[in-house]
Write a protein that binds this ligand. Structure first.
Ligand code: ITT
Length: 206
């Protein structure tokens, strides 16, 4: 008898954030994708990020920069993935948004908790924009994960704002307290990447 082995689609993820790579692997791995970090001379690409324009524009800019870096290289026709994401806090007018990684480095999650001291409205959402260059086309996809900012940081799992983000569609724990698979099944990154995979599948059956 014949065993059909479906070939995995290999995608290069242009990011310097190892957590994003790990999450993309566990989200897309089981549905037929092989995710690898894009390295140029052994280094992840360093992007100039126009943060003031918002995460969608940043993601598009990262894609343009990645394609430019790979021009004339043997990777020029490989599927390339980029992603930009952040946390948007309601009562802070969507701060830190596109600036989430800088703000995390500057004031940390404790700084955010201080800014929200005495604030009743704890609503926040994670957003991700993923862009893929696949088969000479660019596809873009969004993911939103709604939740609340906790009063104290709890749990060490995940990364970034996870210890202070309580998703609305779970049981009241922070993402920092959730198992990796629990977060990866619900997250903004899951929604954005699963959606992209639908674009890819549609493209393949064209
Ligand atoms: P690249 O630009 O190289 O991909 P980066 O970490 O700088 O890596 P972003 O500019 O997209 O990526 O910043 C995303 C930041 O948003 C991230 O550093 C966290 O502070 C926050 N963030 C995004 N998704 C998150 C998640 O799932 N859990 C916790 N924090 C998250």
């Amino acid at each position: 008898f014949v065993i059909m082995v479906e070939k995995k689609i290999s995608i290069l993820f242009a990011t310097s954030n190892q957590n994003k790579i790990n999450e993309a692997k566990s989200i897309l791995g089981p549905i037929g994708y092989k995710i690898e970090q894009l390295l140029i001379s052994g280094e992840p690409p360093r992007f100039i990020e126009p943060k003031s324009l918002g995460i969608e524009q940043v993601a598009i800019s990262k894609m343009n920069q990645a394609k430019h870096m790979l021009e004339n290289s043997n990777l020029a026709y490989n599927p390339i993935l980029v992603e930009d994401s952040g946390i948007f806090i309601n009562s802070l007018d969507n701060f830190p948004g596109a600036k989430s990684s800088e703000v995390e480095n500057e004031i940390g999650i404790e700084g955010i908790l201080e800014m929200l001291q005495g604030v009743e409205d704890r609503r926040a959402e994670y957003r991700a924009v993923a862009v893929i260059h696949f088969g000479n086309k660019i596809f873009k996809s969004f993911g939103v994960w709604k939740g609340q900012i906790s009063r104290i940081a709890l749990g060490n799992n995940g990364f970034g704002y996870d210890p202070i983000f309580i998703p609305d569609d779970s049981d009241g724990r922070t993402c920092g307290q959730m198992k990796k698979e629990e977060k990866d099944n619900l997250s903004h990154r899951n929604k954005a990447l699963k959606n992209l995979s639908r674009h890819i599948k549609a493209r393949q059956s064209e």
